[in-house]
Every structure is written in C-alpha cells, then in structure tokens.
Design a protein around this ligand. Structure first.
Ligand SMILES: [Zn+2]
Length: 120
C-alpha cells in the first residue's frame, strides 16, 4: 500500500493548511497507477474538501478525517472507502502540547478542530 498526503496535517510547518494538496487529476493519476500495481491507497486527509477529493479519486481509505462532513461521508459510503479515524493520534498530540516536544505549536489547528463540532 501507499499513503499519500491528500491534505496537510496539524503538525505540518507548511502554509498549505489542512486542505487538498493535489489536483483532482493528480490524485486520480496516483490512485490509478497504484491500483494498476495492485497497491491500496491510504489518504492522509484532514480537511473536508481534501477528504471528498481523495474519495472521489478512488482512494481505498481516509486516514484521520478530522473535518469529515456529510458530503465526504456520503461519498465514502458510495465508494466503499474505509475510514481510519486515528483518534489516538489526536490524543497523543494533545498530551504533547506545552511540553516543547512538538516541532511547532499546533494549537491554532487543534483549536479549530475542537470548536468545529467535529467528532472525537
Ligand atoms: Zn497521516
């Protein structure tokens, strides 16, 4: 299997945020190439648009899915996409906040999650 960064993550130092990092065509190309080699594709995906785009591109699983919305969930159901919520990853990051062990301060993105009504 391969895992692609369909979106950024809460600890990423980059400025691209939590949304889609590949075009729709790029993600479809990655998925088609991987499937042609009999590889499953897991998508690291936090933002709703990235989750939806990765799902529509045909990835086999959504990892994290922090801001999964109804449209994304419906698309995942229609495509038979697996969901790995990795709730312990969020809990682990919360436990490291304020310890100086994180590469940068993830508080703004984590705070956004905790006030968005997202599950978990
Ligand atoms: Zn990930």
């Amino acid at each position: 299997m391969i895992k692609i960064m369909a979106t950024g993550g809460v600890l990423d130092p980059g400025a691209m945020g939590l949304e889609q990092h590949f075009s729709d065509a790029e993600m479809k190309g990655i998925v088609d190439a991987a499937h042609a080699m009999h590889l499953k594709v897991a998508a690291h995906a936090h933002g709703a648009r990235g989750i939806l785009a990765a799902t529509n591109a045909g990835v086999d699983s959504i990892e994290h899915g922090t801001f999964l919305d109804a449209a994304g969930a419906q698309a995942m159901k229609a495509h038979g996409t697996y969901y790995s919520a990795t709730l312990m990853a969020f809990s682990g990051v919360q436990g490291l906040m304020g310890t100086g062990k994180l590469p940068r301060n993830p508080k703004p993105r984590l705070a956004r999650r905790s006030t968005s009504g997202a599950r978990g």
